[in-house]
Design a protein around this ligand. Structure first.
Ligand code: IPE
Ligand code: IPE
Ligand code: MG
Length: 227
């Protein structure tokens, strides 16, 4: 089986999952966070190099303060519970997005995790946190303009994106059956295969990931050319 080098996932449906169980939305977020461990471990086992997970968008600040506050507390829960195992597996933690405006305590937890795992050689697990693709592209364009005298090229933009240095995204998965990108990696997904499943994120298990990769293996990628 051809294993995608870089998989990106829009982890959607925590709220709907919780509602279906008669539980509060935050319970869905907790279960969704725990599921990150399962998918990261599986991706690492399969030999995926980079797994990018959409954890919080620049638009998610519109949610009630109580929910935003809870979401911001989850990185601490995640690393407390799973850091030992992530270290054992050699998982390296990184982030994309603007961390400058997230709560100090959350930022510190993430920076610690990044530092602690910096030398690990297994899967790179990237959390997109306060991430928005339009903001990312504007930022890259501004950085590129400051660096270049003449016309800005695609490469100038590329190297100023948060994702610079990562392999191209082969497969994008969105759970919970909404067919949209919600401002996720608009530039980087140009030639990715897009997989949509009705499974809610907390239920998206290792078997579901394998199913998505099997589906990916049946795609014919042409990149605009002929086969
Ligand atoms: C995804 O689940 C998690 C975040 C966006 C933070 P949602 O909270 O969007 O769940 P639904 O879409 O309401 O079911
Ligand atoms: C996208 O999900 C963001 C994350 C999964 C973090 P949303 O639930 O915020 O997206 P919309 O509102 O359905 O487009
Ligand atoms: Mg949603």
């Amino acid at each position: 089986m051809n294993i995608p080098q870089h998989i990106a996932i829009i982890m959607d449906g925590n709220g709907r999952w919780a509602k279906a169980q008669g539980k509060p939305r935050n319970y869905g977020h907790l279960k969704g966070t725990e599921n990150v461990r399962n998918i990261a471990i599986k991706a690492d086992e399969l030999g995926v190099r980079v797994l990018t997970l959409y954890a919080f968008s620049t638009e998610n600040w519109k949610r009630p303060d109580e929910e935003v506050g809870y979401l911001m507390s989850l990185p601490a829960v995640f690393f407390k519970k799973f850091m030992a195992e992530l270290m054992e597996k050699g998982v390296r933690i990184e982030t994309i997005g603007n961390l400058d405006v997230i709560p100090e305590a959350t930022r510190k937890v993430i920076e610690d995790a990044r530092r602690q795992t910096a030398e690990n050689k297994g899967l790179t697990l990237v959390f997109a946190l306060n991430y928005g693709s339009r903001a990312e592209i504007v930022r890259a364009a501004n950085l590129a303009a400051a660096q270049c005298d003449g016309q800005i090229t695609e490469e100038d933009i590329e190297r100023n994106l948060y994702t610079a240095g990562y392999p191209d995204i082969d497969l994008m998965i969105r759970t919970s059956l909404d067919y949209r990108l919600s401002n996720f990696l608009l530039w980087q997904l140009s030639y990715a295969e897009l997989y949509f499943t009705d499974v809610y994120w907390p239920d998206f298990d290792a078997e579901q990931l394998e199913k998505a990769i099997e589906w990916f293996n049946n795609r014919e990628r042409r990149f605009g050319g002929l086969v």
